[in-house]
Design a protein around this ligand. Structure first.
Ligand SMILES: Nc1ncnc2c1ncn2[C@@H]1O[C@H](COP(=O)(O)OP(=O)(O)O)[C@@H](O)[C@H]1O
Ligand SMILES: O=P(O)(O)OC[C@H]1O[C@](O)(COP(=O)(O)O)[C@@H](O)[C@@H]1O
Length: 590
């Protein structure tokens, strides 16, 4: 299966940055890349003239056929095309193919370089080899012939007695071959609860990822390093904690030149946004408040200009704290630095209250957001409980993933209905949400509903509008629900007192809670260890309870989403349920 991930491109100067692949290199390869209608920037036949969105050949391509992909001199046979946030500039001929790539990065991966043949006795080795290749970490020695030096980050002083090694042998560093297992359950059968299987027998297959932490050898002279930190996307509790830890850890290595880039990627090219010199003294107390000390922004990512700026500023290490979009940006910057043969380490730290980053147990800020969301739920509950036929309605963030709504609902124990983007439902009719609310008012006299912002989008009028980063601007489902409930009960002549709470920005503007603060500390430290170890194009996360480094290309293939059939999603706090399908009665899912 070939995945092509093309994300959020602005088309300001596409012609200047097209990269052409010769059709002659792809004999017999029948096209191409697919994507979401509406965000294609331009598609043109071989001549290169832009055809655009309405082109019937494009619709034909998008309508679910199977195509092969030509990339990098190879024709990859694919069984599925599939994709996510496309918007790159692609031009094609029917056969053979020619593809131009737009200036924002097109990340692609071969998920498998072959079709797995389970009758082949060595299929497992092949699978694991492929996995190891995919999860290997890009390193500056891939393009440079560099010798490491002994680290300046000493752990000796941290040793406590009682270890099995003598003091002179113990060092506490992470070995470059250390790995953590991403998946630890051995399912006896594909029918086991939550089973994720590679083959039909659900054989045990090891999925190893690289362990994060300080290495004994480093690839930079700390005294010569200039390190920069940038925070992008939306706010998230803990941003300041991560900035602070990165600065502290850089200083421990001996770095003197640390700067903050203001207001996201924008700070790289917007005149008037100066670098902020950072030091322990400057960042000492920033964790005491929410927000980002450096400022954040969406949009404006022009990779080549950013790298020009990195070059001009002589930055050696760039720490990008952000979500899926920022990671795609970080990877594009890393690739561009490689192309220009710059010795720069680009290391990301996953940030988003949505908790939608692949492979991560959780992203920092998520816990805090859930905790904060519960205050709103509790208020909605009190309002609903105290009113005659009260209906409390809370809208929480979660563009494409309903983790906050789900966790806040489960942990509060006060929610009757939770609607998330991953589960479709109807509002009207026998099996609709409204009928269930009627039933709740009749039985209990009140009810509380929680909706994620991305829920029910198929029931609303679609908008093609996007924010500055290219994220689709969603229709407001919370407001829609509020009106819908009011109108419904008015229509059926049943009194209902609806109280609507939208705490979205309060949930993410607050300071990190204790558990997030610890997560931020470790993630920030590990990001610095990763950069000094010479990795670039990586991210630092917590996966299966272990701190790990992952190649960015793997974590941005798609957003992590709630599995509505998972055991956590189906574990219900008393009275709470998720609308399960269009056809089943919500009442029956209880
Ligand atoms: N595919 C991409 N390539 C390069 N930069 C990107 C890409 N997608 C988003 N960005 C940039 O990353 C930054 C943050 O993206 P955004 O989607 O707003 O937030 P998040 O990182 O939280 O997902 C923005 O400046 C945006 O322009
Ligand atoms: O109003 P803004 O700043 O665009 O943010 C809204 C978005 O922020 C989020 O909470 C998280 O976004 P990020 O992935 O950028 O952190 C989304 O759920 C929501 O759609």
């Amino acid at each position: 299966m070939v995945y092509v991930v093309v994300k959020k491109m602005n088309t300001r100067s596409p012609a200047a940055i097209r990269r052409r692949v010769s059709p002659a290199q792809a004999p017999g390869c029948s096209v191409v890349v697919s994507g979401e209608t509406g965000v294609w920037s331009a598609i043109s036949p071989g001549s290169g003239s832009g055809a655009g969105l309405g082109d019937p050949r494009v619709s034909g391509l998008i309508s679910g056929s199977t195509y092969d992909l030509f990339w990098d001199g190879h024709c990859f046979k694919s069984k599925h095309t599939l994709f996510y946030f496309p918007a790159t500039l692609v031009a094609f001929n029917q056969v053979p193919v020619s593809i131009w790539f737009g200036f924002h990065s097109l990340e692609w991966k071969k998920e498998k370089s072959y079709d797995l043949d389970f009758s082949d006795p060595s299929w497992k080795e092949k699978y694991q080899e492929d996995w190891n290749r995919r999860f290997s970490l890009p390193h500056i020695t891939d393009i440079y012939d560099l010798k490491p030096r002994l680290t300046t980050f000493s752990l000796k002083k941290n040793r406590t007695d009682g270890g099995s090694l003598s003091a002179d042998k113990w060092n506490g560093y992470v070995n470059k071959d250390d790995r953590a297992l991403l998946k630890v359950i051995k399912y006896a059968s594909p029918t086991s609860a939550g089973a994720e299987c590679v083959d039909p027998d659900c054989s045990w297959v090891e999925h190893w990822i690289h362990r994060a932490g300080p290495r004994k050898e480093i690839y930079y002279e700390p005294a010569e390093v200039k390190a920069a930190i940038v925070t992008c996307g939306g706010l998230c509790p803990g941003l300041n904690d991560v900035i602070r830890q990165i600065v502290f850890t850089l200083e421990i290595y001996g770095v003197k030149n640390i700067v903050g880039i203001q207001f996201g990627y924008r700070g790289f090219f917007e005149k008037g946004l100066k670098e902020m010199p950072l030091s322990r003294k400057v960042v000492e107390n920033i964790n005491l408040s929410g927000g980002s000390f450096l400022g954040v922004s969406r949009g404006g990512a022009k990779t080549s200009e950013i790298v020009d700026s990195i070059q001009a500023r002589r930055i050696d290490m760039l720490f990008v704290i952000g979500g899926n979009g920022s990671h795609a940006g970080a990877n594009a910057i890393h690739e561009e630095c490689r192309k220009r043969k710059l010795k720069v380490s680009v290391v990301a730290v996953p940030k988003t209250i949505d908790n939608d980053i692949l492979f991560m147990d959780k992203t920092f800020g998520f816990d805090t957001a859930v905790e904060e969301a519960q205050r709103a739920i509790n208020s909605a509950y009190i309002e609903a409980r105290s009113a005659y036929h009260g209906i409390g309605l809370v809208k929480l963030m979660g563009r494409s993933s309903g983790f906050i709504a789900m966790q806040a609902s489960l942990s509060s124990g006060q929610i009757d209905v939770c609607l998330i983007p991953e589960v479709s439902f109807t509002l009207d009719g026998e099996h609709g949400v409204m009928r269930h609310l009627e039933h709740l008012l009749e039985k209990k006299g009140f009810c509380v509903v929680c909706v994620a912002e991305g829920a029910g989008q198929d029931l609303l009028q679609k908008s093609n509008a996007t924010d500055a980063s290219g994220n689709v601007i969603l229709s407001d489902f919370g407001v829609h629900m509020q009106q819908k409930i009011k109108n419904h009960f008015k229509d059926i002549g049943v009194p209902a007192d609806v109280k609507y709470i939208d705490p979205t920005y309060m949930v993410r503007a607050c300071r990190a809670n204790a558990s997030d603060a610890i997560l931020c500390t470790v993630l920030g430290q590990n990001a610095v260890h990763g950069a000094f170890a010479g990795f670039s194009g990586i991210t630092s996360g917590i996966c299966n309870t272990h701190y790990a480094f992952l190649p960015i290309t793997e974590v941005i293939t798609k957003p992590k989403r709630v599995n509505p059939n998972s055991r956590i999603a189906t574990k219900k706090s008393p009275g709470c349920f998720f609308i399960a399908t269009r056809t089943r009665s919500p009442g029956l899912t209880k």
